[in-house]
Design a protein around this ligand. Structure first.
Ligand SMILES: [Fe+2]
Ligand SMILES: [Fe+2]
Length: 195
């Protein structure tokens, strides 16, 4: 493969950066493939539950779909625990960072906060505070995060649930990640202006 001549970034020229830009564009286009591979690896991660981390992810997404959630939420549910492998102490932020350019800001917020919100279901068993999420009770997306955690995430440990396979969600994942990154019309960070 053709490579650049420089050994320090500051010495690169325009043609070299044009080459790198082309290669990076190809690499970015393959992001869905890498995410699917990372999800597959969750089949052999955290132990002790009745379902694997992959089944938990598929079940969270399936429950979201069965609840009539939109495609942003379904894809977020599929990816929400992807950080378990590399950032077990703050896994929520990893998934949030991955989806942030491609989904509604509300959905990114839900994924970023789900680790804290999920503590309401188990933290007392570790003599920790289960109510940390209540600090956000006045946040406009509090109820949406509660819904995500109660109906999808905390419920998705049932080996009898009819979860759909990864192949079912693949087209949704590819559709969401093929959006223009950080498109304001997708992110909807502020309410649309009333005309
Ligand atoms: Fe999680
Ligand atoms: Fe989860």
């Amino acid at each position: 493969m053709k490579t650049v001549e420089f050994t320090q970034m500051k010495h690169g020229n325009r043609a070299e950066y044009a080459l790198l830009h082309t290669l990076e564009s190809d690499y970015i286009r393959a992001l869905p493939d890498r995410l699917l591979q990372a999800l597959s690896r969750l089949g052999d991660s955290l132990q002790g539950y009745q379902v694997s981390r992959l089944e938990h992810s598929l079940q969270t997404a399936s429950r979201a779909e069965d609840d009539g959630a939109d495609i942003d939420t379904i894809v977020a549910a599929l990816l929400h625990d992807l950080g378990d492998e590399l950032a077990p102490e703050n896994h929520s932020q990893v998934a949030a960072a991955i989806i942030r350019p491609f989904v509604r800001a509300e959905v990114t917020w839900i994924v970023e906060m789900h680790g804290l919100f999920q503590m309401q279901y188990y933290a007392h068993h570790y003599d920790k505070n289960p109510n940390g999420h209540l600090a956000y009770r006045d946040h406009p997306w509090f109820d949406a995060c509660q819904r995500f955690c109660e109906r999808y995430d905390q419920a998705a440990f049932d080996p009898a649930y009819p979860s759909r396979p990864l192949s079912h969600f693949e087209p949704m994942l590819r559709a969401v990640l093929s959006r223009t990154p950080f498109d304001p019309a997708v992110l909807q960070e502020r309410p649309l202006a009333v005309s």
